[in-house]
Write a protein that binds this ligand. Sequence first.
Ligand code: SAH
Ligand code: SF4
Ligand code: F3S
Length: 448
Amino acid sequence: MPAKRAHIQTFGCQMNEHDSQRMAKILESAGYEMTGDPAQAQVVLVNTCSVRENPENKVYSLLGRLRSLKKGGARVIIGVAGCVAQQEGEAILHREKCVDLVFGPDNYFDLPDMIAAAERGERVLNTEWLSGRQKVRNFIPEERMEQVALEGCKGYIAITKGCDNFCSFCIVPYTRGREVSREMDNILREARTMLEQGAKEIWLLGQNVNSYTADGAGFYELLDAVSRLDGLRRLRFTSPHPNDWNNRLSELMAERPAICNHLHLPFQAGGNRVLALMRRRHTIEDYLEKVRYMRAINPQLEISTDIIVGFPTESDEEFAWTLRVMDEVRFSQVFAFKYSVRPGTRAAGMEDDVPREVKEERLARVLELQERITEEQLRALAGSRHDVLIDGAHLRRQGVMNGRTEGFRPVSVPGGELEIGDLVPVRITGYRNHWLEAERLVNLSASA
Ligand code: SAH
Ligand code: SF4
Ligand code: F3S
């Protein structure tokens, strides 16, 4: 009998990627094999994101295309998961007749039951929040704890879910609900399971990781405890919020070898009036002060960020501050977005008054400036030594492997014999597009 196959397509953030990895594990334990081709699958899931208008439009056009999978009465179950599902709920079932399941980020552990219902011909809507009676909850069900989100040598752990920040532009608090932190022991157990299963790098995930709090422990205590686990080579986390960042965390990052020298710290906008309208709860001076301190004690640190251009009422002068911040911090990577109105958010009550062309021009200027900074950084890296964690084979170049530096820069490394999870010392020889090129150095610790 041919194996049952499932296909998952994911949009959005790393938390959504994590949820998809867990869904894949649930489906695998129910006897499905994962496939990259939706036409081969009996279950097709789209894990959606609604943080901006564009990704949301993409989902509807994808669903339009998926309709054809059911042509001629083919038996395939189509499900919509994630943040658009949570937000639109029943409207998706009305709008797209081909959809059998609609379920939110809190409900994917019910997948086997939902699929069984769809096989009986039901159309399922499941967007109820897990009850949030306790502030601290271990939201990964006990029986799923062994099915960790491990891909290659990298493991992903959700330490919190939801967000209580309510930045005025952002829909996440509405699609993911109130913030909940898992207990530290529960997280450490998942981390140990991952390490036993071969993880070399662990990512701690949350919408605002550094507001983590459970049983008196904060993000500092959690990071400290995870970074000491045996067998862990690299520890990363995303995203921290600048308002909850402090110098103690910078110090811990600088002194603990396993914690990577890379921080993704979104600043969104350079103007204080705009930051206040965004409800980010910090000034740009606070942000820059924290960055100056962490750079002073940790010169190797690479910092990346998110920027929104064209927030309601943002003037040219205020936008110029955004460019000035980029010039000062010299980020390793910038994710920049044109502001888009999200229904139900506070900013939706403001007039979206920056014209589209102005937003586009500002976005282009951000990207242009970052391109120049990145080029200068890549050029300056020539000759420097790094350890690269190998995470895959180069798609086109035979005998070349891909990996990342501690600062999260992608590198191509010669050596067909290398395996995923190897940590190899290299010297940077140049770059192609945004990828560093490297030569291998003798691995003095290889026999250790
Ligand atoms: N929790 C993370 C951000 C998650 S959303 C944090 O607070 O840093 C990822 C990014 O999408 C945000 O940092 C922001 O830059 C962008 N974004 C969110 N809502 C947006 C909107 N309405 N319009 C444009 N960009 C938006
Ligand atoms: Fe959205 Fe702000 Fe929460 Fe990030 S911290 S998810 S931007 S509300
Ligand atoms: Fe998108 Fe939801 Fe993540 S809106 S950014 S998938 S939390």
